[in-house]
Design a protein around this ligand. Sequence first.
Ligand SMILES: NC(=O)c1ccc[n+]([C@@H]2O[C@H](COP(=O)([O-])OP(=O)(O)OC[C@H]3O[C@@H](n4cnc5c(N)ncnc54)[C@H](O)[C@@H]3O)[C@@H](O)[C@H]2O)c1
Length: 394
Amino acid sequence: MNIAMLGSGFIARFYADALAGQRRRDKLTMVYSRSADRAQIFANDYNVTHHTDNLEEAVNHPDVDVVVIALSNELHLPAVEACAKAGKHVLCTKPLGRSGEEAKRMLQLVEEAGVMGGYLEDLCYTPKFLKSLQTVQSGGLGRILWAKSREAHPGPHSDWFWDKNKSGGGAIVDLGCHCIEIARNFIGKNIKPVEVMCWAATQVHPIDAEDNAIGMVKYANGAIGQFEVSWCFRGGMDLRDEVMGTEGTIWVNNFLRTGFDVFSTGKGGYVAEKAETNKGWLFPVGDEVHELGYNHMFTEMFDCIENGSQPQETFYDGYVVNAIIDAAYKSAKSGIWEPVQLDDWRGDTDTTDKAEAASYDDQYYLIKEEVLPNGEKKIILKDKKTGEVVRRDI
Ligand SMILES: NC(=O)c1ccc[n+]([C@@H]2O[C@H](COP(=O)([O-])OP(=O)(O)OC[C@H]3O[C@@H](n4cnc5c(N)ncnc54)[C@H](O)[C@@H]3O)[C@@H](O)[C@H]2O)c1
């Protein structure tokens, strides 16, 4: 696969490290940057055949099969327009759009052009996430009740993130997009997100957007997805997920305190994304590109283009995430649960709550059983007819 990279900044380099860092058959053949000098530096660093400061030229070049969008948020839509017009497959970084409306337009563009729209949600491709998802999907946790994802760091590295018009918002659109899609995968992508309750505040930085937020996304089957995001967290990048099912639990720490701790003089150089120091006790990441999911993500995307199938994360998923974010922003303002506006819903339409009480015998439901420190076993039951709650000691 011949790849054009649009953008030469932070994420473009992470992507290029994934694409060019190991021996593989896909190749970066083109890089676009608005600065011709940065395009050239990037081309030299990653051995890219062509470079340009003209986006149309990059997308339309005959040596390009697929385009990766690694540009600031306000440029995702125009870049997708250019790719659709050129009939090129397109993979776009997160968030897909600055709003549900923008994301929906991007989805329409790729579908009308008949090209693949892959959503580069890397945190749904980390080795730990893929293993967790497999466990959940095989029923290892029973019915999923609650899935929480937290992403917090000291704030982004480029000016445009802090400008609400260019980025579409603050920590919710920037980090919440990851958390929402992580929880949505665990709860089930076919289950409709119905409404959102969100608190958001600007607690530290002199900006118009939020730098802290917590939100709950209610799903049609009664499950709750929770996101916690911050641009104020000190001490690195906190990426943690928790999944609670009727039969099991998963806790994932993706980045800090993963069992790899180093005490250092500071002579070791770069430690990990958003690490605030390289001295003292450190929590480095062995292979950041791999552990952040970039390798698995691109491999799946290119496999899907080759065999004409849909990847795990598509523009449709990006659109659903943006629609949930829109509801979160509304709720943060109104202070009440706000509905998720999904004009284009492609999942289950049965919206009944799937909660089922466990049956103990013909007469009772089982509420709880527990072995006490003295070895006694207690069983708490509810009469199916009368509703009476009773205790049985065994
Ligand atoms: N984990 C992830 O998936 C992840 C991590 C970081 C960033 N991102 C996303 O990647 C995208 C880029 O973020 P970044 O961190 O690389 O930012 P960055 O500022 O480092 O790079 C942005 C790129 O966009 C270009 N650009 C900005 N404004 C432009 C303009 N007006 N015209 C032409 N080019 C312009 C810059 O020159 C640069 O090449 C964003 O959408 C961001 O949300 C994703």
